[in-house]
Design a protein around this ligand. Structure first.
Ligand code: SIN
Length: 541
């Protein structure tokens, strides 16, 4: 059973900060929310590492928005819902596709490096989009460009108080309401109570629950796990999106070979050099991500191989170098060249579709706690996210949360400012400490092996037993960031596995070997969970 708090009273005095709005996370959703909120309120933004250490920063493909002449929000809606395999929330998708174009236009105004041709924004194609719809910047450096622009706007052009290297350990609640978060500064070891009328969770995803992921090291699912401990409802945890084309040549995080390359004409080939996606789906290499992954799985099984190949050798080499500078550089570190070599690729953990349940205003089930971006489950992705909808989600819902704050903060009054908070007492020292790094390695390897992109009942049952055993054998003693991260990973790993075991069908990114069909009669629904026990710690002064 997860503990309500993993934090305990530290052996040094707690510092205290007071904000109107506390934003946790420095990716696109957190930065968007913080910049917008700071126009009106006193805002603090805490981020675990630097503003460059985010999944947003690593994003290659781009931002999908219905800006093209042959496009419309309706067409974007249809593509998103079709990719989502029966589980998208239509209201949330409607919000995403109809507000998306305006949010992206605002972003274009402050981010000069979106790619243009003859003055017009260039739109790329990615899987399962029926038209060219994906804006990109610096070729395949979209995340880097967007992140740098928003970071600069937060640092220089806003009144956001920014705290980097600030590890958030737990959300703080009193009487079921979120009143902020406890953080630990990784540079000086100071613990701080960050009290706020509203907390916005924008901590990103959880790729590091798996041994091989495109996500940065910080993506250990802290936000989802701490929201769970705070009593928030979680949803759709079994839907972990594996990107079809991770470089199958080592590296951590696993280098991503952007889907936009297939949009420009790169092909998937088997060991014999044959295309195989043409026999799987009429859209071939540009089918939805889950379809491509399943096509690859069948091929790799037939060949007994751990990868297939991406072939961009037929494309104009100058175009490839210009359009894909990041991928070109990443591959050159492995002595691979897109214009010369077939690139070994395999699916890799990439995006956490599930998360903290929110409504279309980003409200979670815990009063005072909002969520936006990958940490949230707004329902826009269903069972399979459409490529390049995630940066858009961060932008749209990061903004919507702030538009809703007016109503929430207005109702609260001043009383919340006077709330005090006490942490649970420390537990005694452990007789013998676990080897935290070894446990983490074992857990993430287990997740990749048994709860990865193809699952079976036997594998999931084994995984759950091993996770339970790892949990009860854990001896932490004095806890610091490695221990906190491990507890968060274990919480998520256990809940992902339980949900994957429950869902006895194959749908979207959740592939069950023993239930290979989609079963709408029983499973066109979500799995939602929340911590059974209420918190008892905390209090008023
Ligand atoms: C990619 O560039 O292929 C990743 C884009 C995404 O995950 O949406």
């Amino acid at each position: 059973m997860p503990r309500p708090y993993i934090a305990s009273v530290p052996d040094r005095p707690l510092l205290r900060r007071q904000f109107d709005v506390l934003v946790l996370g420095g990716g696109i959703a957190g930065l968007t929310a913080a910049i917008a909120a700071a126009r009106r309120w006193h805002v603090g933004l805490l981020t675990k590492a630097s503003l460059n250490d985010t999944t947003t920063f690593l994003a290659q493909g781009g931002i999908a928005a219905a800006l093209g002449e042959s496009d419309s929000p309706e067409l974007h809606f249809q593509d998103t819902v079709a990719a989502g395999a029966g589980l998208c929330d239509p209201d949330a998708v409607r919000v995403l596709v109809s507000e998306g174009p305006d949010r992206v236009r605002e972003l274009i105004e402050i981010c000069p490096r979106f790619d243009r041709k003859d003055g017009e924004i260039v739109l790329g194609r990615e899987g399962a989009h029926s038209v060219r719809r994906v804006l990109h910047a610096g070729g395949d450096a979209t995340g880097r460009e967007v992140s740098s622009t928003l970071s600069e706007a937060a640092r220089l052009g806003s009144r956001v108080q920014l705290y980097e290297d600030e590890f958030v350990i737990d959300l703080l609640t009193i009487d079921g309401r979120c009143i902020g978060a406890l953080s630990l500064n990784l540079a000086d070891g100071e613990y701080t109570l960050n009290l706020a009328m509203v907390t916005i969770l924008a901590t990103g995803g959880a790729g590091q629950v798996y041994a091989r992921t495109t996500n940065p090291e910080v993506a250990t699912g802290d936000g989802v796990a701490m929201a769970y401990r705070a009593g928030a409802a979680l949803r759709d945890l079994e839907f972990v999106q594996f990107h079809p084309t991770g470089l199958a040549a080592g590296g951590s995080p696993t280098p991503l070979i952007t889907e936009a390359l297939r949009g420009e004409g790169a092909l998937l080939r088997n060991a014999a050099g044959e295309r195989f996606m043409t026999t799987v789906d009429p859209k071939a290499e540009l089918a939805a991500r889950d379809v491509v992954v399943r096509g690859m799985l069948a091929q790799m099984r037939a060949e007994g191989s751990a990868h297939v190949y991406l072939d961009a050798t037929g494309l104009d080499p100058d175009m490839v170098r210009r359009r894909f500078p990041r991928v070109t550089a990443l591959l050159s570190e492995h002595d691979l060249d897109l214009s010369r070599d077939l690139i070994p690729v395999a699916p890799v953990a990439h995006y956490f579709i599930g998360g903290v349940v929110t409504d279309v205003w980003g409200r979670t089930t815990v009063p005072g706690l909002y969520a936006a971006g990958e940490v949230a489950s707004t329902g826009v992705h269903g069972a399979n996210r459409l490529a390049s909808n995630s940066l858009l989600e961060g932008l749209v819902f990061g903004d919507r949360v702030v538009r809703h704050l007016d109503r929430y903060i207005g109702r609260l009054g001043e009383d919340v400012r006077r709330l005090q908070f006490e942490l649970p007492a420390r537990s005694g020292p452990a007789a013998q400490r676990s080897d935290i790094a070894a446990v983490r390695r074992a857990v993430t390897e287990l997740m990749s092996a048994k709860v990865g992109w193809v699952r079976t009942d036997d594998g999931l049952v084994d995984a759950l037993e091993e996770l339970r055993a790892a949990n009860s054998a854990l001896r932490l003693g004095e806890a610091g960031p490695p221990e906190f991260e491990l507890l968060n990973i274990l919480t998520l790993a256990t809940q992902i596995t339980k949900c994957a075991l429950l869902r006895e069908e194959t749908r979207g990114v959740h592939v069950r070997d023993d239930y290979p069909e989609r079963d709408d009669r029983h499973w066109q629904r979500h799995i939602t969970l929340r911590l059974p026990q209420a918190r008892t710690a905390g209090g008023r002064s």
